[in-house]
Design a protein around this ligand. Structure first.
Ligand SMILES: Cc1cc2nc3c(=O)[nH]c(=O)nc-3n(C[C@H](O)[C@H](O)[C@H](O)COP(=O)(O)OP(=O)(O)OC[C@H]3O[C@@H](n4cnc5c(N)ncnc54)[C@H](O)[C@@H]3O)c2cc1C
Length: 494
């Protein structure tokens, strides 16, 4: 048994002992650190269970990494059950997405193509995209349970390979490859930084669900509206409260904000890993947890809203998610609430990393120059911008978790285990839907349930569950400990 695990057991035992010692009539208390979607959910659920909760958020306002968009795409209830549960609970209405945004679009050499257009006008590019989708689907099908992506030696070996290495072997036509790269870096990170097993596991989670389920509706006002609805229900929310230390003692945990100490029975810690690295923990995190703070890969996404006096893209339908082969990332026209025309541009992966030395205005200029080449005159009608740079922000350390090669093997479901009185949440702790609102909400629900379990003096077990995916079982299930299936690798790379 490792020293880290013995220490973790001792901490859990300490937590259980103290839970039993907690007077039956006393209201249990919790401190939730982080006012993003996961923290808000954990705080709300604990308060609903009768706990006295204090939520501490370092920024001047709550909401965390919620997007810049005025209105965000919402998946179907089948895809995002937790999100829809809370939208219903707070009576927040969504607006159905029109059909034309439900499938992706492509901007090739400045010309817009829907998937149907591509099939008719550029069948070779369309065939390349289909081949990518089919091969990835075959890989996804080899994972019988997305909660157990390391179930066989064959699957484990996928974790050692980058998505780029696999794509190179697929030898797609260059334009198809540029568009596939853009899709992967927009959703996760650069293919060279991404574990192939992670790409396949995520494809397994969403396997069988049509694209239309991904962008089924919009939430007017975006996820900030949901964040405010949560906050409106919470009794104690302190903003501008940056936590610097957490000290666990026999019967309580104390959280430091400047000179002030807040004590409670349990702490729910929801900050991204880069922010967690800046919090002094006593006792310390396990060595593996400490290593992961600097190691686990996060994607990189800069999101900018360009405002124009009129839609300089004319009648081109830049709706849904549009992938560019010319360095404009993923973009879409965004409803402009105060007149004019807005375009949301997402620069991701190494394209965005390359721009990190640029100041905000220089970055926007670079994008405008490219956009003006596609739609001449665009700069003339440019009217301002809003910009969020998640990669450069030391408190986020990137956009969201995107496992790199070898990282699933090392860190799988590590952050679901409480450490004594500290319970972890946040999108990065969700095994099925990391990097999404759904994952953040689910992690907050899980953390609240774990706190309740610990309070009752019971040990916390990992929860196995069904995924929303419409496809129940894969064609060729992989068994634990099996040697690599005959021909698996040649099929993988052909
Ligand atoms: C550019 C971008 C686009 C996205 N688009 C989508 C999308 O279309 N659909 C979708 O479902 N998801 C999307 N996501 C993902 C989604 O926004 C996140 O998964 C979710 O918001 C994460 O919530 P969280 O609570 O885990 O983390 P966060 O939102 O990061 O919350 C953590 C909070 O902790 C606070 N904090 C940090 N350190 C401290 C400290 N020491 N003391 C106190 N507070 C602290 C932070 O300020 C932050 O508010 C996107 C994310 C990004 C970055």
């Amino acid at each position: 048994m490792s020293a880290g695990w013995v220490r973790a057991c001792a901490l859990v035992a300490m937590g259980l002992f103290s839970a039993l010692a907690l007077g039956k009539d006393r209201q249990p208390t919790a401190i939730v650190i982080g006012g993003g979607m996961s923290g808000l959910t954990a705080a709300y659920e604990l308060q609903e269970k009768g706990w006295q909760v204090t939520l501490l958020e370092s920024r001047p306002s709550i909401g965390g990494r919620s997007g810049l968009a005025n209105t965000e795409w919402i998946g179907s209830p089948r895809l995002q059950p937790s999100l829809h549960h809370y939208l219903d609970e707070f009576k927040l209405k969504t607006v159905d997405a029109p059909d034309y945004v439900r499938t992706p679009g492509y901007l090739i050499d400045g010309h817009y193509f829907s998937e149907d257009d591509l099939q008719k006008q550029s069948p070779q590019v369309a065939e390349g995209l289909k081949r990518f989708d089919k091969t990835l689907d075959d890989l996804a099908a080899s994972i019988s349970d997305p909660l157990k992506p390391l179930a066989s030696t064959t699957l484990k070996s996928l974790d050692a390979i980058s998505a780029k290495r696999w794509l190179d072997k697929l030898a797609l036509p260059p334009v198809s490859r540029a568009l596939v790269d853009q899709r992967i870096r927009s959703r996760y990170d650069e293919p060279s930084r991404l574990s192939l097993l992670y790409l396949a596991q995520q494809a397994r989670v969403y396997r069988g669900l049509p694209d239309a389920d991904m962008r089924a509706a919009r939430l007017p006002g975006g996820s900030q509206v949901l964040a405010q609805a949560f906050a409106g229900k919470l009794k104690t929310v302190k903003t501008g409260a940056r936590v610097s230390a957490i000290v666990q003692e026999k019967d309580k945990a104390t959280v430091k904000v400047g000179p002030t100490g807040y004590s409670a029975d349990y702490v729910v810690l929801t900050v991204p890993l880069a922010a967690l690295d800046k919090i002094a923990m006593t006792p310390a995190l396990t060595p593996l947890q400490q290593r992961s703070l600097k190691d686990i890969n996060y994607g990189w996404r800069d999101q900018m809203l360009l405002k124009f006096k009129k839609p300089v893209w004319g009648k081109t339908r830049l709706s849904g998610e549009v992938y560019s082969d010319q360095g404009l990332g993923m973009l879409w026209a965004e409803p402009a609430l105060k007149g004019g025309a807005n375009l949301l541009i997402n620069l991701s992966g190494d394209n965005a990393r390359l721009m990190q030395a640029f100041g905000d205005k220089q970055l926007v200029d670079q994008v405008l120059i490219r956009f003006d080449r596609l739609y001449p005159g665009a700069r003339e009608f440019f009217n301002g911008y809003e910009l969020r740079r998640y990669g450069k922000d030391p408190m986020f350390g990137g956009s969201y978790l995107a496992y790199g090669p070898g990282e699933i093997s090392l860190y799988w479901r590590m952050w679901e285990k409480p450490l004594g009185r500290v319970i972890f949440a946040g999108e990065h702790t969700d095994a099925l839907y990391p990097g999404t609102l759904e994952g953040a909400l689910r992690s907050g629900e899980r953390a609240a349930n774990q706190a309740q379990t610990l309070l009752a003096g019971k040990p916390v077990e990992p929860v196995d569950e069904q995924v929303a995916s419409a496809t129940p079982a894969p064609a060729t299930p992989a068994k634990a400990g099996e040697p690599a299936e005959k021909g698996f690798f040649s099929r993988l790379f052909n």
